[in-house]
Design a protein around this ligand. Structure first.
Ligand SMILES: [Zn+2]
Length: 121
């Protein structure tokens, strides 16, 4: 289950931010999830709870924002929404597309209780 490896790197990243900024408890974490990553939100939430145990992110709320996938066909330059398993262009039916959005996992913000607010990354 790759949600667990996602959760692990997320907790690791949060740990670094916490250390760099001298934060204590983390209240809230916002993560942008590209739909092409095929992350199941419920499983990622569970994985995060497990992984964050005994870390500064233990009590943090994980907010997931899904990012819709966009791809551009290299032949006809049409942009479309690809399926994770099929990047074929709807116009020319050739799978030769460049992904423009929706394939990333981006930590958007970490909100900690006693700092002055938000450390946006
Ligand atoms: Zn095309």
């Amino acid at each position: 289950m790759h949600e667990f490896s996602v959760a692990e790197s997320l907790v690791e990243q949060i740990g670094e931010i916490v250390a760099e900024n001298g934060l204590a408890e983390v209240d809230r974490v916002e993560l942008e999830v590209g739909e092409l990553r095929q992350v199941v939100p419920e499983i990622l939430q569970l994985a995060f709870r497990e992984t964050a145990r005994d870390t500064p992110a233990e009590a943090a709320e994980l907010v997931l924002k899904e990012v819709e996938a966009r791809a551009e066909c290299r032949r006809c330059r049409r942009t479309f929404r690809p399926d994770p398993w099929d990047y074929s262009c709807p116009a020319c039916d050739v799978a030769d597309a460049k992904v423009l959005a929706g394939d990333g996992l981006v930590l958007k913000s970490v909100v900690a209780s006693e700092s002055s607010g938000v450390a946006v990354v």
